[in-house]
Design a protein around this ligand. Sequence first.
Ligand SMILES: Nc1ncnc2c1ncn2[C@@H]1O[C@H](COP(=O)(O)OP(=O)(O)OP(=O)(O)O)[C@@H](O)[C@H]1O
Ligand SMILES: [Mg+2]
Length: 606
Amino acid sequence: MSTAPPTLTAMATNQNPVPIRRSTVRSLLRLWPYAREVRWRIAASVAAALIASVSVLVVPLVLRSIVDGPIADHDLNALWPLAGLLLLLGLIEAGLFGVRRVIVARPLARVESAMRGDLYAKLQRLPISFHDRWPSGQLLSRATSDMFTMRLFLAFPIVFLIVNSLVFLTGSALMFALDWRLGLIALLPMLPLMLLTRHFERSYAAIARRAQDQNGDLATVIEESILGIRILKAFGRHRTMAERFRQQSRELRGTELEKADMLANLWAVITGLPELALGCALAVGAVRVANDELTTGTLVAFLSTALALRWPVESLGWLLAYANEAATATDRFFEVLDEPEHPEQPLGLPVVADEGIRFTGVHFRYPDAPADSPDLLRGIDLHIRRGETLALVGATGSGKTTLTALLPRLYEATGGRITLDGRDIRDIPRHRLRELVSVAFEEPTLFSASVRENVLMGSPDATAEQLDAALATAQAGFVERLPAGVETQVGEQGLSLSGGQRQRLALARAVVGEPGFLVLDDPLSALDVHTEALVEQALRQVLGGTTALVVAHRPSTVLLADRVAVLDEGRITAVGTHQELMKSSPTYRELMSGESASTLEGSPAR
Ligand SMILES: Nc1ncnc2c1ncn2[C@@H]1O[C@H](COP(=O)(O)OP(=O)(O)OP(=O)(O)O)[C@@H](O)[C@H]1O
Ligand SMILES: [Mg+2]
């Protein structure tokens, strides 16, 4: 089974946003606000490493004094103090490396947790349309592996990038000072190396980015297959999914290997070329010593300086690689953080004398709708009077759920206006609006928390009596029979409930705060006829006290409402009581008579 069926491949379509490529440094600079907090730690690390490295660079000078002084003169007494100095330098170096290890080893956990906190908060604030667009695995990988890459960079590579560059510059200056001709020969290959690393940096950043994106795609596959495990198994599709996973995982492996290849090639040049140049410099140096143009001590000093610079040069490859990975990880992090949120600016529209909920000329289209398609909602005019319950009916896919989502501003209407008691919903702060409007969705979602926490989600201050009343309204008496009553853990990590039980808890959640405006999206669809009747009875009481919009598919739900509105072709085509519409609206008659949508569409009555 090597080819995935079209539906599954469509799900896998890579919808990563096109990455904006900044320069590595510019990307990394954006980390500053987070790195600020640990700037002293980084500075101390740099200082410790720098002093240690400089003491390494003093060694050649001492060596020169030893070779040209006591050794040339066979003066053992003069040797001891210099040998002692060498030992001291060695001890300083070892000690400071130890100190740095202690500083760096303390993980930068706080930086990482601050970044992750910001990302999470942002994800919570971003509009639903963002989440429609972004695969969750991409967000997951940004919150985990990218974060780790950035933290690691701040702990270690950044220190060495700074220190090794400085050591390299100092060492080079020293080599020139010892003998400028030899210095020139030894440093000649630096020019092509610089060009090479520039080129490397660019291609490496691109490939590092690809690996990170593929990592996110892989996370999406894992997530989807775990969430959808029942369906995958029931339809015998787990093999297909496993194949898809293997394929993506192979792709990622390929990218990682490409990365390693690239780094290995750079390494070969970075280590080989200077070695060659040093060989030449030594040969020239030996000739010059033989000609008495150079002291032996200077040549020894030159050689040991060159050897001391080996590590700073060789480390350059992986430091650059790491810096690039951190830069692309930073880009990925800020791509989410830079996403525009809903503007929360009051329009200052006049409050008009009006009661209830009013839709005036409301238009809506999903951001990803094809450009040539008409708006999904094209001029909704609807008035739900205060205290009234209005049922919304319409064929499946006609946009009922969409229309209800506009009320709490889960999506923003693209035209027209919606008012609550005369106030434009865009002038009501979003948190306040969502306190006013309570919603029970088609698909009841429960979180891994207790029944109580799930129900009181929107009104944490509700009393025990209110909780009981809401559970009673939703006919959720089954809660009492759960192992720990309302304290029973449900959802992902708790007890699994049946579809109808979940729906009743979602209903209780919507009514517990005694909201002023209530939106129920087909709240009774998963209940058996008996329970449905009971819930309806109790609901009738709740609905009596609020202004409600109830999406209904069945006549029994419609009967809860005072009036009914028919949504068809993006407009409200008829409003009236059930009896009136049964007489006047053929569309309504067909919707209520239980005919299938296909018969409806072919019906000449439309
Ligand atoms: N998040 C989304 N992004 C893009 N298009 C969407 C989105 N949600 C729904 N749609 C499209 O909008 C149309 C209306 O969907 P909606 O869920 O509002 O229908 P509905 O009337 O509630 O249907 P049902 O009776 O089956 O619940 C559908 O064609 C659907 O494909
Ligand atoms: Mg719907």
